[in-house]
Design a protein around this ligand. Structure first.
Ligand SMILES: Cc1cc2nc3c(=O)[nH]c(=O)nc-3n(C[C@H](O)[C@H](O)[C@H](O)COP(=O)(O)OP(=O)(O)OC[C@H]3O[C@@H](n4cnc5c(N)ncnc54)[C@H](O)[C@@H]3O)c2cc1C
Length: 461
């Protein structure tokens, strides 16, 4: 396709100027009070919060690549208050504690905003909210029902009919929408990583990059992280490895690596911006089962991603899977249909990344090695904001004392495990097929999806 012809196969965000020089790899033997494995948002928030809670604590991060190279530096940058992968998912899975989870999620987003300001993180944080749009009748019916439930719980949500939603953003495909005005911010994801990394360093966190942890063993005084050329022994360990969670065997039953893809356009001209409106610069998602997400950047590019959620049979993670031409073409066609007035706009970047999908779509937590290690995983494509909440949970679990967070059902209960391979691949591909079919048939879920719903199992981007 012409619009994709010159697109560079790299995540736009990570190609920007301002990436920090990588820290030196670990070479030798180190000790620490707390060692964090992984320098995505999850690991960086854990280290930062640990230092903010106790500045004397000696904290080390060990990262296999460079900070933010994985999901944290290549995502859509929707920083949502929801810690449950959306209102409906939270209400279905944790009905008894939904009010608490909504409050904790709102506090979490407020605290992210405050941290960004306090540490002077230049990440284009804009609390513009999220606009959920319906492009089919059945989606509109679902949105109206969700809006009523959200409003009843006090969310700042506005229902927009066809004229009002098109007055916000001019797409001929929109039939209506719900604007959650304060429950989401957009950020520049890579700059958020770089800013958190710099804040950690300023507070005295030691970071080792290009240092994969190969195994974790018990040691006198705690646990040892073994790497190619060294070792860190720490009293406590936080495992923040996202979809790459092979260091702790038990995580493999709960997490599957799913690829999500995105495109970035060239900057839109003032005339093109005029043609689409979008003066309030909300993050936008559509309400299909296979949904698109899109937003503007500081220089008026449009990021356009989602729809396909690809599981490669066997659950392999490979660099070449970060590119998928068939998906890029589907995305480009959907972009053109949504904004015909942008005909001729070119994409400059195309990329994919892995998300840590679990069957309840929202993070789960736990400890291992006698409580000396904690973990959080399973954010399923909504971890930009929620990883900070997960970091607090990991620190509370390592503290060993009961807290409001450790008492939550969401924290104490695990998702339904996925079956082992090769059944896992079969189940996931059948689910993908059924989801696509539901989108073509007015959202009607077939027997397979209804059975999964009843068992609390799911698959999503
Ligand atoms: C294309 C795409 C779009 C997305 N859009 C959004 C969005 O708009 N909003 C949203 O909320 N979420 C979104 N997400 C999801 C979000 O990016 C993730 O939930 C979040 O970044 C997870 O952070 P993390 O720190 O847990 O994982 P990661 O960012 O994956 O970081 C894990 C880190 O652990 C390191 N690691 C793993 N194993 C080891 C080891 N053995 N030794 C040392 N280090 C190790 C890895 O190198 C990696 O750096 C998107 C994801 C993708 C891929």
């Amino acid at each position: 396709m012409r619009s994709l012809k010159d697109a560079i196969p790299e995540p736009y965000w990570l190609t920007q100027a301002g990436a920090p020089a990588p820290a030196a790899p670990l070479d030798g033997v180190e000790t620490a009070d707390l060692a964090v494995v992984g320098a995505g948002y999850s690991g960086l928030w854990t280290a930062l919060l640990a230092k903010e809670r106790d500045p004397q604590r000696d904290v080390v991060i060990v990262e296999a690549g460079t900070a933010g190279w994985a999901a944290s530096g290549r995502n859509g940058g929707f920083c949502a208050a929801s810690i449950t992968h959306g209102f409906d998912n939270g209400l279905t899975r944790f009905p008894g504690e939904m009010d608490t989870l909504l409050r904790l999620g709102r506090e979490n987003l407020d605290e992210i905003e405050a941290t960004v300001a306090r540490h002077g993180i230049d990440c284009d944080f804009r609390r513009t909210g999220e606009l959920n749009v319906a492009t089919e009748d059945w989606q509109w019916r679902d949105l109206v029902a969700s809006h009523a439930a959200e409003a009843a719980r006090g969310l700042d949500v506005v229902l927009l009919d066809q004229d009002s939603v098109r007055a916000e953003v001019a797409s001929p495909t929109y039939q209506g929408g719900v604007w959650d005005r304060t429950g989401c911010a957009t950020v520049d994801p890579a700059r958020l990583v770089w800013g958190l990394r710099a804040a950690c360093l300023r507070l005295g966190v030691r970071i080792f990059e290009n240092t994969p942890v190969e195994r974790i063993t018990a040691a006198r005084g705690g646990l040892s992280l073994h790497t190619w050329r060294g070792r860190v022994t720490a009293a406590r360990v936080a495992l923040a490895t996202g979809a790459h969670g092979s260091l702790l065997k038990r995580l493999r039953q709960f997490v599957v690596p799913v690829y999500d893809y995105a495109l970035m356009t060239e900057p839109l001209s003032p005339a093109q911006m005029n043609a689409i409106g979008w003066r309030n610069r909300q993050g936008i998602g559509d309400a299909g089962n296979q949904f698109h997400y899109y937003r503007l950047t500081a220089d008026n590019r449009m990021l356009w991603g989602g729809y396909d959620a690809i599981y490669y049979n066997g659950g392999r993670i490979r660099p070449e899977q970060q590119q998928r031409e068939a998906t890029f073409e589907v995305l480009a066609r959907h972009f053109e249909a949504t904004f015909p007035q942008l005909e001729g706009v070119r994409f400059t970047h195309k990329w994919g990344g892995v998300i840590d999908c679990c069957s309840r779509f929202s993070a789960f937590f736990g400890t291992a090695h006698g409580g000396r290690l904690s973990y959080a995983a399973g954010y399923t494509g909504l971890g930009v904001g929620a990883t900070r909440f997960g970091a607090k949970v990991m620190l509370d679990l390592l503290g060993g004392e009961p807290t409001e967070l450790t008492a939550l059902k969401m924290v104490r209960r695990k998702p339904v495990p996925f079956p082992p391979e090769p059944v896992r691949s079969g189940v996931i591909q059948l689910t993908r097929w059924s989801i696509a079919r539901a989108d073509r048939h007015e959202g009607r879920r077939n027997l397979w999806l209804r059975s999964l719903d009843a068992m609390g199992l799911g698959f999503d981007s």
